[in-house]
Design a protein. Structure first.
Ligand code: GLU
Length: 299
């Protein structure tokens, strides 16, 4: 009789939204999360975050998956698509509504604008046909956590964010809810992603607490900036990586992860490069901020 294999103590993931092709910044997140999972002897999953139908680019999800494959980044389990998981999000929403931790909100963006867009109490004077659902954030809700790369973090969620949307007025599931439900359902122990999501993390921790879910460890990778110092965005169609020429982009991501360039200088192909990378990768070298602007990487 075979002994059951214990669940790995590290489960990481890469969770792209199909709003465009993968660019150098998304490759950094994919490669970084893959390297950290491999380094820990854990599993690495891919989840397509396709809950935001209005922003989805047709065909982008399949192209992203093909690009990951071309870069040798193969998930250890079947890819999960958020658009198929509405029942899980609905169950979480029902739980939060039934305990009074979430509420239906008729406020429009226009009425909230007077308060900097932050919701503290409903101010709508008339019901709308398409209300949103928000998580209630009590005054003085201070969230602190230790990020493995960015260090200690704190946010006063009531003051800086307010009651936040978990199901949007257009009926779409909010990213914050879907990501928390899925990370827990998939047993993710380590969330590794770009530092642009650092300020979403306190909201996700609040949702985990409200739903009685475990809190994963967090590591927010350095963000690649464009020549103007702005974050690269898939919707800008900014600098997509070339799946037909993976080695240069992998080497660039490797350097931006603070790893020694010479370790991959002589790797001949993708499998060889990934093997070389795993042998040398040291998470302690990952910097909090990227050193190069992407315009400079093109040469
Ligand atoms: N889907 C998000 C994005 O593409 C990432 C979510 C996450 O890693 O938590 O920006």
């Amino acid at each position: 009789m075979s002994t059951p294999v214990p669940a790995p103590s590290y489960r990481g993931r890469f969770a792209p939204s199909p709003t465009g092709d993968l660019h150098a910044g998304s490759l950094l997140a994919a490669f970084g999360s893959w390297l950290l999972a491999r380094h820990a002897g854990g599993r690495w999953l891919v989840r397509v975050e396709d809950v935001d139908a209005p922003r989805e680019v047709p065909g982008a999800a399949q192209r992203q998956l093909q690009t990951l494959a071309a870069f040798g980044l193969h998930p250890d389990e079947p890819v999960v698509f958020q658009h198929q998981r509405g029942a899980l999000y609905q169950a979480a929403l029902d739980q939060l509504l039934s305990t009074g931790q979430a509420f239906v909100c008729h406020c429009s963006r226009t009425v909230l604008a007077a308060n900097g867009g932050i919701h503290r109490a409903c101010v709508a004077t008339a019901p709308r046909p398409d209300p949103a659902v928000r998580l209630r954030v009590e005054d003085g809700t201070l969230i602190t956590f230790d990020d493995a790369i960015q260090g200690p973090q704190r946010q006063d969620v009531a003051r800086d964010v307010g009651d936040f949307v978990i199901r949007r007025a257009d009926g779409c599931w909010a990213y914050q809810l879907a990501v928390v439900v899925d990370d827990a359902d998939q047993g993710i122990t380590d969330v590794v992603r770009g530092a642009d999501l650092l300020d979403s993390t306190p909201r996700q921790i609040l949702l985990q607490r409200a739903l009685g879910l475990p809190q994963p460890r967090y590591a927010h990778l350095p963000l690649l900036l464009d020549a103007h110092g702005r974050k690269l965005s898939k919707t800008d169609a900014a600098h997509p990586v070339d799946p037909n020429n993976p080695l240069p982009a992998l080497r660039t991501a490797w350097r931006e992860l603070g790893q020694p360039a010479e370790a991959l200088a002589t790797s001949l192909d993708v499998p060889g490069l990934l093997t070389d990378a795993q042998a040398v990768f040291d998470p302690r070298r990952i910097p909090a901020t990227a050193s190069t602007k992407v315009a400079a990487l093109q040469h």
